[in-house]
Design a protein around this ligand. Sequence first.
Ligand code: AN0
Ligand code: CP
Length: 314
Amino acid sequence: MKKFTSFADAGNYRALLQQALEIKANPFGYQHIGRNKTVGLIFFNPSLRTRLSSVKAAYNLGAQAWVLNAGADSWTLEMADGAVMNGGTQEHIKDAIAVMSQYCDVLGVRTFPTLTNREEDYNEVVFNKIVQYATVPVISLESATLHPLQSFADLITVAETKLKERVKVVLSWAPHVRALPQCVPNSFADWFSEIDWVDFVITHPEGYELAEQFTKGARIEYDQKKALEGADYVYAKNWSSYRDYGKILSQDPAWMIDEAHMALTDNGKFMHCLPVRRNVVVSDAVLDSPNSLIIQEAGNRTFSMQTVLHEMLK
Ligand code: AN0
Ligand code: CP
């Protein structure tokens, strides 16, 4: 594996999922793989889970990890090709990434979307530049359009908790006070629309349609209550509009997941990638209920990353 950015990069998902479950059962059993290896992590945006689970995953595998907070800790990076660098930027991304590749065997990168320039974001201009300049395999720690380590951890979580052969999984838009990326829902759709034992449904207000390249013909149900009927899993997430790019079209509190919403499900489990704004996206009662998987899900971020590192370093 030379690049991990999407479901397609995962290759055979059944084999990768099986590997993740084996690694989770025996997390220190693969330390020969990471011996004398270094994992580099570069963040252009904030993170709690991705940063810490990636470091933990490297340690579990017997590797070392370093983290760079780009912009805050490093020189201010120039992204434009051919730029005359007589302004505020101090080092070109081309040089920075080539140099960082000298100090690691795998590079993880987080680069959020602009949410103003849809074409640039959906062409993954910044992330692809980094892949181009890197001389080591690159892992997306959430790029402009996708968050594959989150979706892989979500898949591990559903696989290890499901009580039926086939399960109904509902991705529900929920309100938020700020405009957020489409990465998490895009990525969730990219993965879950491909899982043969999942009946996948997306629900959101009109205008919040995700890019079809990621939803891949998944069922969309505009009536949230109808969508939730009989669900085994409810995955809540806010996102800003793809159509009216980066805009907030609704803050309707009726879309917040509360106990009345969960009562429509088949004793459904609740999931969210975190961080979550309590009592805006989802109520305290749902987050703190025995059916909430949020902490287990965050825990599985270690094993999605460890599995990808294992693939790249083995
Ligand atoms: C980010 C997002 O929605 O993409 C990161 C989630 C993992 N969330 C926020 O910015 C709150
Ligand atoms: N879920 C997730 O990626 O969280 P962080 O933004 O804290 O890394």
